[in-house]
Design a protein around this ligand. Structure first.
Ligand code: GDP
Ligand code: MG
Length: 185
């Protein structure tokens, strides 16, 4: 299959608080492994983005789309992400950490920023990551599945709980998002 043999090209952005696991999710999906080096970007203000060209994905219906997934590079502080990150994005993974309530509270802010700065009809997948920790130790869970599902329903988001480390629902979350973008377009 030729590199340019695809029907649609989608820009997808990762957003969410620092340390929720965005870079790990992307690495798991695109490279089927976790990042090798430490992923936090320290003191590199100008490295505003990392562009990952995902391989061509063949959807269940036989259509091929190319997803270009943009990770953040340590500038997750609210409003610190440049408009370039959002421009022309048709899909987003809005990530939080199921063991850290503040990251879920901030999901509302990230959603607003997406709605303002990305394509108006952007498809958003809410992702509650690190579910492996909650599975191992239920007391560590700070965000309940039902609460997140309700937030997603109220705001027209799709929703998965994932683990980049234990490889739970990562492919499912990305590919469901791509399907929904395809179906909408
Ligand atoms: P980012 O700042 O959102 O890009 O987060 P990173 O991908 O850099 O991950 C931040 C930290 O969370 C790292 O120490 C990862 O090892 C850890 N991490 C990421 N995903 C998971 C996960 O699914 N489960 C667990 N237990 N840890 C994770
Ligand atoms: Mg990162």
């Amino acid at each position: 299959m030729a590199e340019d043999d695809y029907e649609q090209f989608y820009k997808v952005v990762l957003v969410g608080d620092a340390t929720v696991g965005k870079t790990h999710l992307l690495s798991r999906y695109v490279k089927s492994r976790l990042p090798k080096a430490p992923t936090a970007t320290v003191g590199v203000e100008f490295a505003t983005r990392i562009v990952k060209r995902g391989p061509i994905r063949k959807l269940n219906n036989g259509k091929k789309v190319k997803a270009q997934i943009w990770d953040t590079a340590g500038q997750e502080r609210y409003k610190a992400i440049t408009s370039t990150h959002y421009r022309r994005a048709v899909g987003a993974l809005l990530c939080y950490d199921v063991t850290k309530e503040t990251t879920f509270k901030n999901a509302a802010k990230w959603m607003e920023e997406l709605r303002q700065s990305a394509e108006p009809d952007i498809v958003i997948m809410l992702v509650g990551n690190k579910v492996d920790l909650a599975d191992k130790d239920p007391a560590s869970r700070q965000v309940y599945y039902d609460a997140a599902q309700e937030f997603a329903n109220l705001n027209g988001l799709f929703f998965f709980e994932t683990s980049a480390v234990a490889d739970i629902n990562v492919k499912e979350a990305f590919e469901r998002l791509l399907h929904e973008i395809y179906d909408q377009g």
